[in-house]
Design a protein. Structure first.
Length: 520
C-alpha cells in the first residue's frame, strides 16, 4: 500500500496549524504546568507522562496505518465543551479548568480528523494523558491529609509492636525522646499519585480480564497507605538509634526509594497471584489480533485534494483562531484599586486594640495579592482575634484567591466541625452567611470564619466564586475580590461557644469598617 505524498503533506499542514493555534491559546497554561505544577514534588512525575503517551501511540501505529481516517462531526461533542471550559478557566483564573479544556480540545480534534475507528485504538493513551495534570489543591489536600492520618496511626501501631513507646497527636508522633512531624514528604504520600499512575500502566499491559485490571489500580491506595506506615515506623525506629540523621540526608532519601520499590514489588506480586489463581482461557487477546482491514482507501482519487477543504477542519480552525484572537485582543479584566489602602486600617475597633503583623515575603510572593492586612486584636481581658484580609484588583490564572480551608488542612489543622455560620451585621446586609469551622491541631483549638466579598456579593463557596468571577469578567469587566478570615483561639478550659460569641461580636464591629475599604 502506498500513500500519496500530497496526502502526507496536507496532514503535516493540518497538524502544524492546530499546534500553532493551540500553543498561542494555551501558552501561559502550559508554562504554568511545566514550570510550576511539575516543579512540585507531588507532581514531578508529570513530565514523563507525555513521553509515555507518545510511546503508547507509537505502539499502535501499525493498527492506525491499516484504518482509513474519516472526517466526522462527532468530535465536536468534546471540542465545543473544551472551548467553553477555556473561557471559564481563563476568566475565572482556574488552571485545572484550563488543563481539562486543553485535553477536551485535543481529543475532539483527534476524533474530528481521524474518525471513530482510529479513536477506538488510541482511547487509552488519550485518557492516560489526563494523569499529567495535577488535581485542584483543595481536592488534593482532602485526599492526602486523611490518608496521612491513617498512615500515621498504623505507623504508631507498628512502632508499639516493635516495643517502642509512641503516642499519636494528629500528624505528630511523640516518641518521648523526640517528636516526629509527619508531613507529606516524610510519610511518603508523595508516592500516592505516581503509584496510581504506575498501577494504571501495569493494569493496561496486564493481559487479563477487566476486573483484575481494576483490582490492580484500586489496590495502589491501600498499598500506598501500608508502605507509608512502614516508612513512618522505620523513621521512628531509626531515630531511636541514630537520632536526627534518620530523618534527613541519605537515610531519608534511601527510605523513600526503598518504600517505593516495596510498593512496586507488592503490585508485581499481586499481578502474579491473580494470574495464578484466576488463569485466563487459552484464547487470542483482542489487543494481539491482526489489524482490521481497510474500511476505506486513502489512495482513492480526490481524497488527498480535499483534506484542507473539509468543513470539519475549516470550522475547527476558525473557532480556535477566533478564540486566540479574542483572548489576546480583548482585555476582560479592569484592575479595580482598593478604596483605601490597608495601611490606614484602624487599630482600634471598639474595645479591641490591634497590632499589625507583617507576612513573610515568601507567602506574599506566593499569594500574589494587591494589598493585605493581618492584625492581632486584643481586648482588655487579653482575649485575642486574628484578622486577615487579602484584596485582588484583578484575578488571573495563578493570581486568584486561595481558600484558607486548603491552607489550614495543609498545615495540619483538623476540622472537627465544618459548615456555615450566620452573623447579624448593621446596614443593608442584615445577616451575612460565612464559612465556619472549629479546627484543632494538637491541644490548640480555634473558631474560624471566612468569606469572599466579591463586587457587592458575600460568597462562601469556591465554585460559586469562580462562576461569578467568570460572569462579571464577561458582563462588567471586573474580577476584583477579597478573602476575609477571622479566627478566635479557644482557651484551654474555655467553651467554644464563648469564643464564637467573641468572634461574632468582633465581626459585627469590623464589617462596616471593612466595607469602606473594599469596592462594591
Amino acid at each position: 500500500m502506498t500513500i500519496n505524498p500530497i496526502y502526507k503533506y496536507q496532514w503535516f499542514i493540518k497538524i502544524v496549524l492546530y499546534f500553532s493555534v493551540l500553543a498561542g491559546i494555551y501558552l501561559s497554561t502550559i508554562q504554568w504546568l511545566v514550570f510550576k505544577d511539575w516543579a512540585r514534588d507531588d507532581y514531578s512525575y508529570g513530565i514523563l507522562i507525555p513521553f509515555i503517551v507518545l510511546y503508547l501511540l507509537l505502539e499502535k501505529r501499525a493498527y492506525l496505518s491499516e484504518i482509513a481516517s474519516k472526517q466526522t462531526w462527532n468530535g465536536f461533542v468534546f471540542f465545543i465543551p473544551g472551548i467553553l471550559l477555556f473561557w471559564l478557566g481563563e476568566l475565572s483564573g482556574e488552571f485545572f479548568t484550563q488543563y481539562f479544556s486543553l485535553w477536551l480540545i485535543v481529543v475532539g480534534l483527534c476524533w474530528i480528523n481521524m474518525g471513530g475507528g482510529k479513536m477506538k485504538i488510541i482511547i487509552f493513551p488519550l485518557f492516560f494523558a489526563l494523569t499529567m495534570f495535577p488535581l485542584p489543591s483543595f481536592f488534593n489536600v482532602k485526599i492526602t491529609f486523611g490518608l496521612k492520618l491513617i498512615s500515621t496511626k498504623i505507623g504508631v501501631i507498628i512502632m508499639r509492636a516493635w516495643g517502642m513507646s509512641a503516642y499519636q497527636d494528629g500528624n505528630t508522633i511523640d516518641l518521648g525522646f523526640t517528636q516526629l512531624q509527619v508531613v507529606d514528604a516524610c510519610s511518603g504520600l508523595r508516592y500516592l499519585f505516581p503509584l496510581i499512575v504506575l498501577g494504571i500502566l501495569m493494569a493496561y499491559f496486564f493481559r487479563s480480564r477487566w476486573w483484575k485490571k481494576l483490582i490492580i489500580v484500586l489496590s495502589t491506595i491501600p498499598i500506598t497507605i501500608f508502605t507509608n506506615s512502614l516508612r513512618i515506623a522505620l523513621t521512628g525506629i531509626l531515630s531511636e538509634r541514630f537520632g536526627s540523621k534518620a530523618v534527613e540526608g541519605f537515610f531519608h532519601d534511601f527510605e523513600g526509594w526503598l518504600i517505593f520499590m516495596i510498593a512496586l514489588a507488592f503490585l508485581a506480586a499481586e499481578m502474579t497471584v491473580l494470574a495464578k489463581l484466576f488463569p485466563e482461557p487459552q484464547s487470542v487477546d483482542k489487543a494481539d489480533k491482526p489489524p482490521a482491514p481497510l474500511t476505506d482507501s486513502i489512495d482513492r482519487p480526490g481524497i488527498e485534494k480535499s483534506l484542507l477543504k473539509q468543513p470539519q477542519f475549516i470550522f475547527s480552525v476558525v473557532l480556535l483562531t477566533l478564540t486566540l484572537a479574542l483572548s489576546q485582543g480583548i482585555e476582560f479584566r479592569e484592575a479595580i484599586p482598593i478604596n483605601k489602602k490597608f495601611d490606614t486600617f484602624p487599630m482600634q475597633i471598639g474595645k479591641w486594640q490591634g497590632k499589625a503583623e507583617p507576612m513573610e515575603e515568601e507567602f506574599i510572593n506566593a499569594l500574589d495579592f494587591s494589598d493585605y492586612i493581618m492584625v492581632d486584636y486584643h481586648d482588655e481581658k487579653g482575649a485575642m482575634i486574628n484578622f486577615y484580609v487579602a484584596y485582588y484588583e484583578s484575578q488571573r490564572k495563578g493570581e486568584s484567591i486561595h481558600s484558607p480551608e486548603t491552607c489550614l488542612r495543609g498545615g495540619g489543622w483538623v476540622f472537627s466541625q465544618n459548615g456555615k455560620g450566620v452573623v447579624p451585621v448593621d446596614g443593608q446586609q442584615g445577616n451575612i452567611v460565612v464559612n465556619r469551622a472549629l479546627i484543632q491541631k494538637g491541644p490548640y483549638r480555634q473558631i474560624s470564619y471566612f468569606w469572599f466579598p466579591m463586587r457587592g456579593r458575600i460568597l462562601t463557596n469556591a465554585f460559586e466564586m469562580k462562576w461569578f468571577t467568570f460572569w462579571d469578567a464577561l458582563t462588567r469587566q471586573r474580577t476584583d475580590g477579597a478573602l476575609v478570615r477571622v479566627i478566635a483561639p479557644v482557651e484551654q478550659d474555655e467553651n467554644p461557644a464563648d469564643a464564637e460569641k467573641r468572634l461574632q461580636e468582633f465581626v459585627r464591629l469590623i464589617f462596616p469598617v471593612l466595607s469602606e475599604y473594599l469596592p462594591q
